[in-house]
Design a protein around this ligand. Structure first.
Ligand code: PEP
Ligand code: MN
Length: 340
């Protein structure tokens, strides 16, 4: 449930209510909005049958149940959009962020050249995997810490925020040293230990939807991160597994307005994994902007033919610049602030 404080509630009132929530065996999460403060009381609400104790507290306006299974992610708990800022990247609340770069970091020249090119085309963050969760154990697994160092070099050259995947709880501390945003890949969406670990970290998280996860499961996975204390989570639709084979995955763009009707968290669309074919990527990027997405994540490689992973769905820098020009027109029509 949530304890909605009155506009004129004092700091002491809020502190008092935090203690009251704790005394009921619930975990308080304080959410400060521009208008008023809300205290989300999370836990087994059967233990808190005595809602009256909270309702009669000083500075309390009302106590409301949160009906959604996800509590902190729900719009019922927080009605203002979450805006995530990490260096050059701003996503949410009318700011459209664009995260672009290769599937994998392959060498310094490749990642630096890509970073310069995508920045010039208007990307606001650089992506690149150093830890790669690959379907086959025989495929390129990433350069690990060396790859992270190369990403840091590319950031120093361009100023672009670095978005990179972390695949194991034990690696989080190391990846935090180099990354501005931690990516949780589709395969790990329900790796709850990993979600808790990034939830305790100091970096925003980009959480990708599992290919066979429902939207509610995606929101509940986000809830693990929020409940662990990290309020900076963006959700990423990257396509789901269906019977269709003409695309690598099926990219359901209705996820964007649906999520926006349920959560305050920003919604990013990945048309690269969502289609799996370079020629289909730009149109789905435009469609994602038109659907109201808060961000795009796009794979770009200086020489897709030679890419060590996902070359068949990567854009060249030239194709990416063209895509950006088209997306800018759609964003203008939508009245959203596109990457500058
Ligand atoms: C990626 O972003 O390169 C990636 C591995 O994506 P996903 O986790 O969505 O498959
Ligand atoms: Mn990839």
């Amino acid at each position: 449930m949530i304890v909605v404080m009155r506009r004129d509630a004092t700091q002491e009132d809020v502190q008092h209510m935090i203690k009251q929530v704790e005394s009921l065996g619930l975990k308080p999460h304080v959410l400060r909005g521009t208008e008023r403060t809300v205290i989300a009381a999370i836990g087994d609400e059967r233990a808190a049958a005595s809602v009256g104790v909270l309702e009669s507290g000083p500075g309390v306006d009302e106590v409301l149940p949160v009906l959604a299974p996800y509590k902190l992610a729900s719009l019922e708990t927080r009605s203002e959009p979450t805006v995530i800022r990490a260096r050059s990247l701003t996503i949410g609340g009318g700011h459209l962020g664009v995260i672009a770069g290769p599937c994998s970091v392959e060498n310094e020249e490749q990642i630096v050249a890509t970073a310069i090119a995508v920045k010039q085309a208007g990307a606001t963050a650089l992506r690149g995997g150093a830890f790669k969760p690959r379907t086959s154990p025989y495929s390129f697994q990433g350069l690990k810490e060396k790859g992270l160092q190369m990403l840091a070099t590319a950031r120093a050259e361009t100023g672009l925020a670095v978005v990179t995947e972390v695949v194991a709880p034990d690696d989080v501390a190391m990846v935090v040293e180099y990354a501005d945003v931690l990516q949780i890949g589709a395969r790990n969406m329900q790796n709850y230990r990993l979600l808790e670990e990034v939830g305790r970290s100091s970096r925003p998280v980009l959480l990708k939807r599992g290919p066979s996860a429902t939207v509610d499961e995606l929101l509940l996975a986000a809830e693990y991160i929020l409940d662990a204390g990290n309020q900076e989570v963006m959700l990423c639709e990257r396509g789901i597994r269906t019977y269709e084979t003409h695309t690598r995955f099926t990219l359901p763009l209705a996820t964007v307005p649906y999520l926006q009707s349920k959560t305050h968290l920003p919604v990013v669309v990945d048309p690269s994994h969502g289609t799996g074919h370079t020629p289909l990527v730009p149109a789905m990027a435009r469609a994602a902007v038109a659907a109201g997405a808060d961000g795009l994540m796009v794979e770009v490689h200086p020489n897709p033919e030679k890419a060590l992973s996902d070359g068949y769905q990567s854009l060249t820098p030239g194709q990416f610049a063209q895509m950006m020009a088209e997306c800018r027109k759609v964003a203008d029509a939508m009245g959203v602030q596109f990457a500058s």
